[in-house]
Design a protein around this ligand. Sequence first.
Ligand code: SAH
Length: 445
Amino acid sequence: MLKPGQQVTVSVHSLTDKGDGIATLGGRPLYVEGVLPGEQAEVRLTLVKPNFCHGRLVRLVQAAACRREDFCPYTACGGCQVRVMDYQAQLELKRQLLLDALKAQGLDCPVAQTLGMDDPFHYRNKAQYAVQPGPFIGFYAKHSHQLVEVEQCRVQAPETAEVVRRVRDWMRGTAQPAYNEATGEGMVRHIMVRNGVNSGELMVVLVVATMPSEPALAQLVAGLESLPGLASLVLNINGDGGNRVLGPDNRLLWGKEAIADSLDGLEFAISPLSFYQVNPRQTEVLYREALRQADLKGHETVFDLYCGIGTIALFMARQAHRVIGVELVPEAIADARANAERNGLANVEFHPGAAETVVPGLYRQGLRADVVVVDPPRKGCDQALLETLAEMKPERLVYVSCNPKSLARDLAWLSKHGFELEQATPVDMFPHTMHVETVALLRRR
Ligand code: SAH
């Protein structure tokens, strides 16, 4: 009989979606944080259930060959789950996760090596720090809202540490209370920092539950305006009890409403609420791969579905006859139109609404795409959209996905409805995490 407190030695064979190690103990999975596949570990059981167990690492008996020294001092932070794995092994792991997901759906196609980064550090252009009474400023621990104080993070832009210091100084100097999640009282909730990697422009968004006084706001501006690169300082008001970081209302405190950035020669405006890919260097790699698979000759009509602020659409528009973007969030559509104009691209149009209602409508009006690109959220494409695509029969369908499981499910359906899966390429957008991005190509049979 296994019981909590007991110590066991186990072999780790795989990882969960969150990067915890999985071993098998008495016929059931044992989950252990901080161990890698191929490792033997001495583990103290913390939870024993009929179908699974949890344990805490006591000692590594045999380390994996891919284990390397931890580069991060914030061991409790839940951000980079597989950072103790060397980078090459991370890239192989991500390819394997994609292969496993495809295989589970009975799919088989050439899968390229994961396209990784030369320097997988400081890659993020957006940092979201949580603030809790103290004030403590940092990121959440794994599986919780327990705050881990973090200042200098290896995957964030180096400028962010100075923003955190100055906001903390302002909170202390003017006695601004942090928001308390448990009671709903207090003020400062989050600090969001966005930086245009190619423009050098910095945006700071302070998220508050209640309005600071005007003199306090003046002191905030005075404290932050000398930040190198600062182009925009925004107050976001979020009085909601829930988990959402940003509220709907912004007040510009200093500088301009949006910062600029460029991707592969295209310029984009980024406002506080708009979606923008978080790793700009790899976004170029991702979009170039999508473009390569789309194989445009210049005469095509292209659909970019789930288009966000139109980034993929504009990439395609430079090489296609006509591009139609569809996106659920109306503000993103407004950004997309502005971005098209900013870049002088007149052969692209954007439609607000759900892809699964807009695309059937366009199809009924007689519009057909030669090439379709989809880039849905984690849950994948809606069935009604897949059915319309199967009827429309575009020559090529490029599927960009952040979730191998929903990707494989949709690819399996499409493979049974007139398409042939040709190839898939994993792209590493989030080094040191379990996230895998994929670009897959289907061709009309
Ligand atoms: N292709 C873009 C955005 C991808 S993120 C880029 O690379 O930047 C996925 C997008 O799908 C989000 O912008 C989200 O708002 C949008 N979305 C979610 N559900 C949708 C739906 N049913 N129809 C259309 N867009 C949707």
